[in-house]
Design a protein. Structure first.
Ligand code: SAH
Length: 321
């Protein structure tokens, strides 16, 4: 069970009394889940553009300021409005200016823009194809993995808190003897931060700890892990298959932790019902962040052999700029 202050169940407690992640916009209040879902959808619109909390609104002023500081800056010197994740690139370009001159800065900015566009394309692929097709895509183009992960790190770096740190805190409060499977582990921050044995699965070998595989088919025996984690990793369109795989490897009574972008949830109640059909009982949930939801489940048994309607998550698509 999550410690109350760590991962409170909005349905049971007074979330207003508990702040969201440090620095996050103040949570709007207690969710009667469905209503909260709607409210959060409005507030978090643009989450997937990695601008939760409203950097999009701030951008024009920031841009004016940046242009004002650049000699010869202004519309004609700037090729176009920067996309998400490109502010740092622009800054990098500007930093390069003293040594390399204006053309070096411009080139750096253009490269960042291209990278941003490629990241958005890859991200869209991951959310709109099956996990198997995603595996094929990355096998065919290993450079795509580098581009994707660079873009991902940049997006999440703008959030007040990366959800993986919440999961780390959760794990540190439970026995280190529990075996964990991290589905879509990225750079293995989770494994690096806890004493538990963590099986790390990803398409990208960002760390030697990673077992490269499709998360819908991980090389673990049935009922071999105590905790399965999906941190911003429920990406494929075959969600049911992926969660069935997590169910397979989890021990009876084991824990499933899901952290996902808040605006991806169309109907959290329907999602939890669908999870129940897949053999996961909701134990606690924290819907207090405008950025991401944190859900804790316990495995009740194997999935029921019927499709689980409601198991829909909106793709997390980035706006084109
Ligand atoms: N959990 C990490 C990374 C999240 S990004 C973190 O929170 O930092 C999502 C990760 O899922 C990426 O590393 C991506 O490569 C991985 N991923 C996407 N589809 C996958 C699939 N079908 N099988 C395995 N990993 C996948």
């Amino acid at each position: 069970m999550f410690a109350e202050e760590e991962w409170n169940d909005g349905a049971q407690g007074p979330p207003r009394a508990r702040p969201g992640p440090r620095g996050a916009p103040e949570g709007p209040g207690p969710p009667a889940p469905a209503a909260a879902g709607k409210r959060r959808r409005r507030r978090a619109a643009g989450d997937c553009a990695a601008e939760p909390g409203g950097p999009a609104r701030k951008r024009p002023r920031e841009r004016r300021r940046a242009e004002g500081q650049r000699p010869g800056g202004g519309a004609s010197a700037r090729p176009a409005r920067p996309g998400p994740g490109e502010r740092q690139g622009a800054a990098a370009g500007e930093a390069a200016a003293p040594g390399g001159g204006r053309s070096a800065a411009l080139r750096a900015r253009m490269e960042e823009r291209l990278l941003g566009a490629r990241f958005r394309y890859l991200n869209e692929q991951l959310y709109t194809c099956s996990s198997r097709d995603a595996a094929r895509l990355f096998r065919a183009d290993p450079d795509a993995l580098r581009v994707y992960h660079r873009g991902f790190a940049r997006q999440v770096g703008r959030w007040p808190e990366h959800p993986v740190r919440r999961i780390v805190r959760y794990l540190r409060r439970r026995p280190a003897s529990l075996v964990v499977a991290d589905f879509g582990c990225g750079d293995c921050e989770l494994a690096r931060s806890v004493r538990n044995k963590v099986h790390c699965f990803d398409l990208a070998p960002l760390s030697p700890r990673v077992t490269v595989c499709d998360m819908a088919e991980v090389p673990l025996p049935a009922e071999s892990v105590d905790i399965a984690v999906f941190c911003l990793a429920l990406m494929g369109t075959n969600l049911q298959e992926i969660l069935e795989e997590a169910n397979r490897v989890l021990k009876q009574g084991g824990t499933l932790l899901v952290a996902e972008v808040a605006s991806r949830f169309e109907d959290i109640r329907a999602f939890l019902n669908a999870m129940a059909q897949l053999g996961f009982r909701s134990v606690s949930k924290d819907l207090s962040s405008a950025f991401f939801f944190l859900l804790e489940f316990a495995k009740t048994g194997p999935p029921h052999r019927r499709p689980a309607p409601g198991l829909r998550l909106r793709p997390c698509l980035y706006k084109r700029r």
